[in-house]
Ligand binder design. Sequence first.
Ligand code: COA
Length: 281
Amino acid sequence: MDVARTAVSIMGLEDKETKDNSPKANMRKVMRIFAKTPVALAAFYRSRKGKKIIQPKKKLSFSENFFYMCFGKVPNKDIVKAFDVSLILYAEHSFNVSTFTARTITSSLSDIHGAITGAIASLKGPLHGGANEEVMHMMNKIKKPENASKWINKALDNKDVVMGFGHRVYKSGDSRVPTMREYFGKVAKIKKDKKFEKIYDTVEKVMIDRKNIYPNVDYPTGPTYHLMGFDTDFFTPIFVISRITGWSAHIIEQLSTNKLIRPLAAYNGNKHRKVSELKNR
Ligand code: COA
């Protein structure tokens, strides 16, 4: 995520139209950011493993190219379809934290690269996009399906926050989950791996039975990306390459009818505190 954030920031430094906030220039800039970010991330994916950077191919689709640039080959079409579906589900989601961040930055009439850089920083947090990576860390800690029930019950006894569950808006289930759960199952079948699905189902059942808290979309995407072969710290950067579209649409809309976003805080702390003079401290 640090690489994604820095890459978009550097793109702002290099883009000749950074300061032009006209609708046409903004459309050109977001297309460039959308195209370049996966290339930058895939280059980092390979270079940190000491592997040669791979250029994208014109004849491949967006998702096929991402696999190709990371792994040097395109997987079977059902895996690519599952990846495509995850990107579509991640693309836009109204006023979530990172989108609100992008809108707020834009509202001061700052530039689009800055707004997306700020949005990436916001998405990184485990209570937002970072949750898909945390889900995988949890599944790795659980290790085997036989451990899942004991592990999750203990976490709830300890009052731990369980990543990939709960949502500020969806209180009775995230509408994106059934679709992503289906594609997680398809990928698990292709990869002949039942372990993560079993852990998934057990943890979900205990969360609903004990807390009435349902999974959010990060719960199925985490193990799906793992089965596709991505390193865990790439799950949230994958979210970035998709959400760039949603952020961009919001930024352009914000600029079209801009008003500075400046909330007031309602102070409810101490009414008055006596401050002793410096010489008496
Ligand atoms: N695990 C355990 N308990 C949870 C929980 C979770 N994932 N999500 C909510 N709760 C509990 C809270 O502890 C709280 O319990 P309490 O009333 O006994 O104190 C209650 O449910 C209400 O939670 P609250 O924090 O007020 O809900 P919220 O709307 O503020 O939280 C999230 C929304 C997303 C921040 C929260 O569910 C969370 O932290 N989830 C994990 C991170 C995650 O998956 N983020 C991705 C979101 S798409």
